[in-house]
Design a protein around this ligand. Structure first.
Ligand SMILES: [Zn+2]
Length: 278
């Protein structure tokens, strides 16, 4: 096994070049390094999924048609009128042992009603993909559910002897307090079409984690780690949080030594990048 500058296990597609990480093949083409964090997407589904109006329900059709003309290749199949989508987790690791998952897709064997076949009773290899990146469920230290829709909480639990148990039993599960409060108040997902399936996902993918004492309910500005915080991103769901990852660049300003200033000064410059989940 090789280790990258962060101490993470590197797939064969990534090698170290002058202290930076560079992609050299397509084995892990989406690996990203932001500051001290390495990010890998773990896809549960990738492919053509839906017609554009189903995704952009409130967009003017003519405006949407103009936008689709400019859509990059691989994002939209014009002949089939299908948008390509990806349902994935971001695996975020640092060199201090943090193993963080941002959202957990829709999971296996979840009864979401045959009316929702995309999510219903799936049997996929998401855990194997996670293992291929060197991570077992017991290694995970943090899970962030950016919001409580069914395709963002699914792998929180897995079926063990007929009972839904936390998959990541050593991890803190970070959830938006606002959405948990809506669930408790019976005001979660009142949209008819999705009401039943989302109630099912709350019951089998969120409640078991809370009952196990593994959940933390947080508000915007919550600091997950030294350079990771959660920001409000309401709209797609009532309390959705956005994950902000800070890249901190340390820059040394070396000054001429003098009796008055014998020590070189240092200052840090901050640069922000944002990882958005929707
Ligand atoms: Zn959602």
């Amino acid at each position: 096994m090789r280790l990258d500058p962060l101490g993470c296990r590197l797939p064969s597609s990534v090698r170290q070049v002058g202290g930076e990480v560079e992609k050299v093949s397509d084995t892990a083409p989406n690996t990203v390094v932001i500051g001290k964090y390495r990010l890998d997407p773990v896809a549960e589904f990738e492919g053509p999924r839906m017609q554009p109006p189903a995704m952009f329900t409130k967009t003017d059709p003519q405006h949407l048609a103009r936008l689709l003309e400019r859509t990059p290749a691989g994002s939209y199949d014009k002949a089939a009128n299908q948008l390509f989508t990806s349902v994935h987790t971001w695996l975020v690791r640092d060199d201090a042992g943090m193993v963080l998952l941002v959202d957990t897709c829709f999971g296996n064997l979840k009864n979401r009603l045959p009316t929702h076949p995309f999510f219903h009773m799936q049997k996929n290899d998401w855990l194997s993909k996670l293992a291929a990146l060197g991570v077992q469920p017991e290694d995970v230290t943090h899970v962030i559910n950016t919001h409580l829709h069914l395709d963002h909480v699914g792998w929180n639990t897995k079926l063990v002897d007929g009972v839904w148990k936390p998959t990541f039993h050593r991890a803190r599960h970070i959830m938006p307090r606002l959405e948990v409060d809506l669930v408790k108040a019976g005001k979660w997902m009142r949209h008819e079409v999705w009401h039943e399936v989302n109630l099912r996902s709350i019951a089998d993918s969120v409640v078991p984690v809370i009952d196990a004492g593994l959940a933390d309910f947080v508000d915007p500005e919550f600091q997950v780690a030294s350079d990771i915080r959660l920001l409000p991103c309401y709209g797609h769901s009532p309390g959705m949080l956005l994950v902000e990852i800070l890249r901190r660049i340390e820059r040394c300003n070396c000054r001429r030594r003098s009796a008055a200033s014998p020590v070189a000064g240092a200052q840090s410059q901050r640069e922000y990048r944002v990882l958005r989940k929707a």
